[in-house]
Each structure stands twice: as structure tokens, then as C-alpha cells.
Design a binder for this molecule. Structure first.
Ligand code: ZN
Ligand code: ZN
Ligand code: ZN
Length: 201
């Protein structure tokens, strides 16, 4: 890293860029999906159907673009009540592309409480507390937690915890990638993401 006084976020971004560069494109074996994704596929970045995450036009910089919907990142599914109506008060966009209201929040709306759970602060024009924003890229797409022993999957280049993706691949007979649905992805082809691991420790 060249700049000695770069901020924490810039450091992480620089590392992210480096880890992308370190990733040998020949590992992809030309398997980066092109064209239309299968029906039911939703881009994990923006939650929209019709394109693969690799073709997503939504920037990942957390502070660059205000997302259309708040994400449910960090809230376990068991705390969410799923809804089909994105206009539901407090509706959040989940990882699977569905909308959901945090159960605790739904109850609060129902009994007319003003108090909000801490993960919903930032509405009502009050500035959010100075929390450390974890870049989306450092989160495992499976357990939605900070990556543990980060590995890259060769088919689409997404990162997961080593344990999460291994279990996921072995769980299906086709060894299907949970992200791009590429099949026959052997756990042996997972690539340790050392840059990412360093960024987290
Ligand atoms: Zn997208
Ligand atoms: Zn994980
Ligand atoms: Zn994949």
C-alpha cells in the first residue's frame, strides 16, 4: 500500500482490488455466465432478476449509492417476518430478494411504540450512530457473517467462509454454487483468499 495515511476504508478497498488482481482469470475457465440468468435467479447485489451479479450495474461502495431499500443484512431470518409488500412500514430487502419486516419492529408498529431496535436507527433524519460499517464484500453470502477463512469460488469469484461453502457444495449432489448455480464445483477448487483474510484480521 502506497499511501501511509489512507483511511481504514480505503485500505480495505485497496486490498479488495488487489485480491481481485491476484485472482488468476484462467481459474474461471471461461465459465463466467453471460446472457440471461435462469428464471428465479436474482442478483445478490441488487436483488433484481434479469442479470447475473457479475453484470450488476449497482456499485458496491456502501456510501456511493443510496440503496432503494434498506438491507436486512445482519438480521437473522428467524427475526424477520416475510412480506410480499415492499411498502410495508419498515420493510427491508433480504439477501434472497424478498421483503421482510423485523419481527420485533412489526410488533412495535402494531402497538404504536416509538422505540426502534438498534439496527433500524438512522430513520427520522437522526444521524446513525458511529457504527463500523462492514463492507458487503467481507460478508459470507451463506451465513451473512464476517468471512471466516475466506475462500473464492472459481465459478463466479464470490467469497464465502471456507466451512460454509464446503458444506454447501457437499450438501448438493451436483456440487452447485449457491451464488451463480454453476454445477460440479469441486471444493478442491476453492481458492484461499489471503488478502481478504488479512483484511479481516
Ligand atoms: Zn444486480
Ligand atoms: Zn459463512
Ligand atoms: Zn458461482
Amino acid at each position: 500500500m502506497s499511501k501511509a495515511n489512507s483511511t481504514e476504508l480505503e485500505k480495505i478497498k485497496a486490498m479488495m482490488n488487489q485480491s481481485t488482481k491476484d485472482f488468476d482469470p484462467s481459474n474461471y475457465k471461461g465459465k463466467v455466465p453471460t446472457g440471461q440468468p435462469p428464471p428465479g435467479y436474482k442478483c445478490y447485489k441488487c436483488g433484481q432478476a434479469g442479470h447475473y451479479i457479475q453484470n450488476c450495474l449497482v456499485k458496491t461502495e456502501t456510501n456511493a449509492i443510496e440503496p432503494r431499500f434498506k438491507r436486512s443484512t445482519g438480521i437473522p431470518n428467524s427475526y424477520l417476518t416475510f412480506t410480499n409488500d415492499p411498502t410495508t412500514p419498515g420493510a427491508l430487502l433480504t439477501y434472497s430478494g424478498q421483503f421482510a419486516v423485523p419481527t420485533i419492529d412489526k410488533a412495535a408498529y402494531e402497538i404504536g411504540k416509538k422505540e426502534r431496535p438498534p439496527f433500524l436507527l438512522g430513520e427520522d433524519n437522526t444521524p446513525p450512530p458511529e457504527t463500523k460499517v462492514i463492507p458487503q464484500e467481507l460478508l459470507c453470502l451463506i451465513c451473512k457473517d464476517l468471512l471466516r477463512d475466506a475462500v473464492l469460488i472459481p465459478c463466479c469469484g464470490n467469497s464465502f467462509c471456507d466451512e460454509c461453502i464446503r458444506n454447501k457444495l457437499l450438501e448438493t449432489e451436483d456440487h452447485e454454487c449457491p451464488s451463480c448455480h454453476e454445477q460440479d464445483v469441486s471444493p478442491d477448487r476453492l481458492i484461499a483468499n489471503r488478502q481478504m483474510r488479512r483484511a479481516i484480521v
